[in-house]
Design a protein around this ligand. Structure first.
Ligand SMILES: NC(=O)c1ccc[n+]([C@@H]2O[C@H](COP(=O)([O-])OP(=O)(O)OC[C@H]3O[C@@H](n4cnc5c(N)ncnc54)[C@H](OP(=O)(O)O)[C@@H]3O)[C@@H](O)[C@H]2O)c1
Length: 325
């Protein structure tokens, strides 16, 4: 089979598109013939050797895909060869024509969800859904501030926050990105490159502050963010796309009575598979009924994976890029 292979950690030039051994299917696994593969920021970290996990070299990156089951392991009873599924892979390897995933990580797709959309709905939307539902326990009417709001997981949080009844404020680095976030459910927007984030939030909330922060960016945004939460607010720590993990003065959550809440979707899927399955099922249902559509920035051939990751590294992607084997 053909796959994107990472030869060594570091530069994206270390990725090549080549023949790779067909994966073996474990007893509790299914083999998926991929039709669409979602690209995520963590894939970039993985290839650079900056992710929490470091696979043994050479390896195939990729966290999510949609496709058709080609083979099943001997213990698998709930899935069949020929089922159309979306799947996440804790061992990566979805940037390939075939990927072996745990059966518990494969979800049969309803007819109304096309392969490309399904592959774009797992990591980013799964993270946002888990963050807002299980971690923050978002209530309708609450105000949600999302940073990096036109990116993969940021735009997903805008959409899901809006769908769950929040008043969403998008924060991005330019007006074009803010327009995209507004088209997907944000009521207001803040340009944090040209404007003052703290002052803008105060103005938009009449000085009260926001109930929830969803922050996939980190870095220098953390200082103003640490001051804009309302009483009993929750700050969802999603990631550090800026490349900088900020420090927080702990007197601020104390004085302002807010909580800092960590979110790790990958571990959640492995530790709480039933809840993760319900989340993903709900996302597929929302997509099938037209209530939520992932924003697909571009579809590229699988062999262009390095180009896709470079676009993510340079902040050029709105929503998601999908690769087609
Ligand atoms: N906790 C979890 O379970 C989980 C799950 C998925 C992803 N993540 C993490 O969340 C972060 C964002 O992921 P994503 O999928 O939303 O990525 P993305 O699609 O690339 O979006 C990230 C956004 O961050 C902003 N940004 C600011 N500085 C940046 C920089 N130096 N390089 C790139 N982007 C920068 C950009 O928005 P502006 O231009 O508007 O600033 C960009 O749109 C990553 O750190 C990722 O590892 C965590």
């Amino acid at each position: 089979m053909r796959a994107i292979v990472c030869q060594q950690f570091g530069d994206l030039d270390n990725l090549s598109y080549r023949e790779y051994p067909r994966p073996e299917v474990g007893a509790d696994e299914v083999l998926v013939r991929t039709r669409a593969v979602g690209v995520n920021f963590p894939d970039l970290l993985l290839v650079k050797g900056l992710y929490q996990a470091k696979p043994t070299l050479p390896f195939v990156p990729g966290l999510e895909c949609a496709g058709v089951i080609d083979a099943i392991g001997e213990n698998v009873t709930n899935l069949n060869v020929g089922d159309r599924v979306a799947a996440t892979n804790p061992a990566f390897t979805t940037y390939a024509e075939l990927t072996a995933v745990p059966a518990s990580n494969a979800y049969v797709l309803p007819a109304g969800v096309e392969d490309e959309k399904a592959a774009a709905l797992l990591c980013a939307h799964g993270t946002a859904y888990h963050a807002l539902s299980q971690r923050a326990k978002l209530r309708p009417g609450e105000t949600l501030l999302v940073t990096g709001a036109a990116g993969g997981t940021g735009l997903a949080a805008v959409q899901i926050g809006h769908a769950l009844g929040a008043r969403v404020i998008a924060a991005c680095s330019n007006e074009k990105k803010l327009d995209i976030a507004k088209r997907h459910g944000a009521e207001a927007g803040i340009n944090y490159r040209s404007g003052d984030l703290k002052a803008a939030v105060r103005e938009l909330t009449n000085g009260r502050g926001v109930d929830l922060i969803y922050d996939p960016v980190g870095g220098s945004l953390a200082e103003p963010l640490s001051r804009v939460l309302a009483w009993a607010g929750r700050w969802l720590v999603i990631g550090f796309a800026s490349g900088d993990i900020p420090n927080l003065a702990l007197n601020l959550p104390l004085v302002k009575g807010y909580s800092v809440v960590g979110v790790f979707w990958g571990n959640f899927v492995q530790r709480e598979p039933q809840t993760a399955r319900r989340n993903h099922q709900h996302l597929f249902d929302l997509c099938a009924t037209g209530k939520l559509q992932p924003h697909i920035h571009e579809v590229l051939p699988l062999e262009n994976a390095a180009k896709a990751l470079q676009m993510i590294a340079t902040r050029k992607v709105n929503g998601k890029i999908v690769l087609k084997p």
